[in-house]
Design a binder for this molecule. Sequence first.
Ligand SMILES: Cc1cc2nc3c(=O)[nH]c(=O)nc-3n(C[C@H](O)[C@H](O)[C@H](O)COP(=O)(O)OP(=O)(O)OC[C@H]3O[C@@H](n4cnc5c(N)ncnc54)[C@H](O)[C@@H]3O)c2cc1C
Length: 394
Amino acid sequence: MSTSHAELIIIGTGMAGIGLARALRRQGDQRSMTLVSADSGDDYSKPLLSTGFAKKLTPHQLAQRSAAELGDELNARIVIHTPVVAMDVDNQMLLLDTEQAPHAEKLRYDNLVLATGAAPRMPFSIDSSVAPRCFTINDLDDYRRFHTALGQGPARVAIIGAGLVGCEFANDLHAGGHHVSIIAPETTLLPRLLPAPLGNALGDAFNEAGIGLHLGRAIDSIARSHGESIVLRLDNGETISADFVLMATGLAPRTALAKAAGLSVSPSGIKVDRQLRTSHQNIFALGDVACVDGVNAMYVQPLQASAKALAATLSGTPTTVSFGTWPVVVKTPLLPVVAYPPKETPARWRIEGEGGDISALAENKDGRLIGFALTGGCVRRKVELSRAAPTLLG
Ligand SMILES: Cc1cc2nc3c(=O)[nH]c(=O)nc-3n(C[C@H](O)[C@H](O)[C@H](O)COP(=O)(O)OP(=O)(O)OC[C@H]3O[C@@H](n4cnc5c(N)ncnc54)[C@H](O)[C@@H]3O)c2cc1C
């Protein structure tokens, strides 16, 4: 067993972990730094994963830098394919996975940052006979596996889930020439982002393009059919044949490490204050895993703002983070969507427009704008409405 020393350890090489490391170096911080990752450590932009099939992008093209190049750029040690399995907060040590690491290794930290992201939720277990044909895509390694499985020819892909990830991959795989269907228990698309009339407008655009929609339906079984085919049986008796299943059933912050070490966590993530500090003085968290003052937004702008603020704090200038009015831009070119969901249940939605061009304004009981959703040509109202709506974390 070897023991090495590092002043700052960042767990995770997603946009949050790498973003923080870059922000530190940009402001001239030269401390010794180690990034530990369970995945390949390649530097890539996760939002591009759901645009890759239309553009026929290989996993290699999506990786902007390899882990080795990243290590050179950041003047940092990057430990890849090595999950951290335990945190010993009393002795400020991390234990790395002993099965995958060639030598069992402990790392000592002075400051620790958790940027472990969020993992796909699996609402039901998948039988081993169909598991090789069922996928999730939440990082570049996942994209690599699915890309290889799809091969060259058009495939039938059944997507389970009607949220952002499910809808973006449906549009992208369809544009890439595949035959796509979506199955979800909710009755409209993007149910957490859009009121029903806008979800229906997106559904109409998907239907017209030939994407099969099976909404308001639960899955009774997923089984092997003839040859390599899979058959999904729905709760109304309907069956769908597919070559592959893509599970897009939501993400849960990876809080297990922090929880086991006694840090304060909630179902929304590791609890941090506005300086991104956890319940332990020298441990911080940012990105999809962090719940900042009650808010876990799980998209890029908040993690970029967090990386900037935390870099300043770690370099000696305590800095609190603020999140602006940053709507989510959903990458569904069949019908563009922008959404800024209200934090509280609105008193009413004011819905204007027709066809695919709809604006929905969420108002509180005093008539104040507290959120909005836009489709089609109305997405151009994004800037004007963002100026009027409250910030995400002021
Ligand atoms: C398909 C898709 C499209 C998206 N599109 C958009 C978009 O258009 N706009 C937008 O703003 N947002 C988008 N998002 C959300 C955005 O990409 C994420 O909010 C962001 O990438 C999260 O980054 P992260 O670094 O916090 O987490 P992750 O990227 O999940 O990184 C987590 C890292 O932690 C590592 N890790 C986890 N556990 C351990 C452990 N125990 N030991 C060691 N390492 C560990 C992982 O290996 C990984 O390196 C999209 C997300 C998806 C899935």
